[in-house]
Design a binder for this molecule. Structure first.
Ligand code: XMP
Length: 606
């Protein structure tokens, strides 16, 4: 069966992905195109959507993209930046002004137009722009206006369109949930204007994918590395459905940085899923821990974990003689396209692609990627259909370098001379609020204006409440030298923090594994786990109030794709359970909860 398709031009990573995801939920296939893609790449679409952009502001200048799309005889709809581009291209004018932000009212002037079917005359929409359309060209009409509230200043050209050219634009963002009827607006374009048929169902897609892979693999066999996460497990089971277990060879490597009992669980699960034979396992934990001896710097740790992975994998690939195989990969759609933002390439995946034997397979095109057209939510849906446990499907993402980025290290050479100055500024800033804070004598990674920062965390002594999130965000914006805020949730005040020398050891990893396991069971037990994106647990080598030699930070976050994140607020009883359970470990000198959003923090501490 042939599917109708909508192309989305990506001017801003997350926004474009959101649009494509929303179109797919309408059972119409949608894929991301880059602005400079050659025109040939745009054939076969029933319509195009030009995304908005979080940072781009056209300022009336010419923007770089392939304008030949306007020669295509298919409908085009633009959001925000895309809306302004369409206006400009057809003789309208864009000015640097008319800024709107947040929830805004949109009044439809072109009532009865198929683009607005099923909508009220006034809709609630989300705006985020500096530039605005100020005039439209010939054959274009003003389809709507916007304003904050009845009687307030009116912004013109909130929606424009030309049925002659089949070009339309919305100044607001229908793809974000804050636009209440955004899904309906996208559906109107897809069905009423582009005339797509909603026949892209998961079952149809799986059927088609199976045929494609059967054709590609022919009578060969496939080798697949399985971390045990959702993507590689779903890829393994899907390939087994297509080829049969006997034509698959799976390898799982334990790098010693996994969670408690993880490798054993991965192997048991794969056996339950029908991979009894051809399932290989390498326990390389000692090799990794040895390689990380006396390594302190976050990027160096990552590099060593990646390089060690290459060594271990090269030896295993030779031992298993995979030279005649095809290589299966659990790559998902967002991994395959370039996006802006702060997305980091998956260390394990990039490193495993650098292994010579794999490099050769890639060069020869011997790669099978059954999930490469799917988003995570879709991979999860397939996983459930294939009978994979819901527990695995709903698991939080876990980084390739594993607990390696959650065991903070310190070589004892950190110059602490900046601390007093920062602490003074922080104390001054916090004086109107009922909380006191100290600056921690360690550094963690963060991200500011798309650049990596490596700065100090601030620890608030008390007052874990939703209000403190705002104070923290203000503090981080105003005071230099800090990139994270945490709140003490130990039942005592923390007045001093002494840095201790520490690197990755099995003992520290085992301690973290136990605590991480307890935190996750509490989150499950209290019904919080499925409501949050992730909750890294980090151990930090500082002694607080002369107690113990490690501090624990828990980092619950809400996110959609991890490019940005908000700290999640956990209820009091959950905080109490977690703090009590962790403080039973004699090594632990205090517990705190991270309340930093991303940016300026990252989700992981390293
Ligand atoms: P950050 O810390 O950059 O994390 O906000 C964003 C998301 O990516 C995960 N993460 C990684 N995943 N290899 C991975 O496969 C890595 O090196 C890596 N670093 C971070 C992190 O857990 C979060 O979901």
């Amino acid at each position: 069966m042939k599917f109708d398709k909508i192309g989305v031009i990506d001017f801003g990573g997350q926004y474009a992905h959101l649009i494509a995801t929303k179109v797919r939920r309408l059972n119409v296939y949608s894929e991301i195109r880059q602005p400079d893609d050659p025109i040939e790449k745009f054939t076969g679409y029933k319509g195009i959507i030009i995304s908005g952009s979080p940072s781009l502001s056209s300022f009336g200048e010419d923007s770089e993209y392939n304008k030949r799309i306007y020669e295509l005889d298919i409908p085009i709809l633009g959001f925000c930046f895309g809306h302004q581009e369409i206006a400009k291209h057809y003789g309208g004018r864009v000015i640097n002004g008319g800024r709107e932000w947040g929830e805004t009212k949109f009044r439809i002037l072109k009532k009865g137009h198929p683009l607005f079917e099923g909508l009220s005359e006034v809709e609630s929409v989300f705006m985020s722009h500096f530039d605005s359309v100020d005039a439209v060209g010939e054959s274009f009409e003003e389809y709507g206006i916007s304003y904050l509230a009845e009687g307030k200043e009116i912004h013109r050209f909130a929606a424009i369109g030309s049925d002659k050219y089949k070009r339309y634009g919305f100044q607001f963002h229908p793809e974000v949930d804050d636009t209440v009827n955004g899904d309906k607006m996208i559906a109107n374009f897809v069905f009423n204007i582009c005339r797509c048929t909603p026949n892209w169902t998961m079952d149809e897609f799986i059927k088609q994918q199976m045929e494609k892979i059967r054709y590609q693999v022919k009578d060969k066999s496939v080798f697949l590395l399985v971390s045990g996460g959702v993507d590689s497990t779903v890829a393994a089971v899907l390939l087994k459905e297509i080829l049969g277990a006997e034509r698959l060879r799976l390898l799982h490597i334990d790098n010693g940085l996994m969670r408690k009992g993880e490798s054993r669980k991965v192997l048991e699960r794969l056996k339950r899923l029908g991979f009894e034979q051809n399932l290989f396992f390498k326990d390389a934990s000692n090799i990794f821990i040895d390689a990380l001896k006396e390594v302190y710097e976050p990027e160096k740790k990552r590099r060593i974990i990646g390089d060690t992975f290459i060594d271990v994998f090269t030896k295993e690939a030779e031992r298993l003689d995979i030279s005649s195989y095809l290589l299966g990969q659990g790559t998902i759609y967002p991994d395959t396209i370039e996006t802006g933002g702060t997305k980091r390439a998956d260390t394990i995946k990039t490193h495993h692609n650098r292994v010579p034997v794999i490099q050769k397979m890639i060069e020869e095109g011997r790669i099978v990627e059954p999930l490469s057209e799917l988003y995570k939510v879709e991979v999860r849906e397939i996983g459930l259909r294939l009978g994979i446990d819901e527990d695995l499907i709903n698991r939080h993402p876990f980084p390739g370098p594993g607990l390696g980025v959650r065991v903070l290290c310190n070589d004892g050479r950190d110059d602490l001379s900046d601390m007093a100055g920062i602490e003074k500024n922080v104390t001054e800033f916090l004086s109107p609020f009922n909380t006191d804070a100290i600056v921690l004598p360690v550094k963690s990674v963060g991200v500011k204006a798309d650049l990596r920062s490596y700065e100090r965390p601030v620890l608030f002594n008390s007052g874990y409440s939703e209000k403190i999130f705002e104070i923290a965000s203000d503090l981080l914006a105003k005071i230099k030298g800090i990139n994270r805020c945490v709140v003490n949730i130990s039942p005592y005040k923390i007045r001093t923090a002494k840095p201790l020398k520490a690197y990755i050891t099995k003992k520290r990893l085992d301690l973290l594994r136990e605590i991480d396991d307890i935190v996750n069971s509490i989150l499950h037990h209290r019904g919080v786990y499925n409501k949050i994106w992730q909750c890294p647990v980090v151990i930090v080598p500082v002694s607080l109030n002369e107690r113990g030699e490690e501090m624990v930070v828990i980092r619950p976050v809400l996110s959609e794709r991890a490019m940005t994140a908000k700290a999640a607020f956990l209820p009091g009883e959950v905080i109490k359970d977690i703090s009590e359970a962790i403080l039973k470990f004699k090594e632990i000198s205090g517990v705190a909860i991270d309340i930093t959003s991303k940016p300026p923090g990252t989700i992981e501490w390293e």
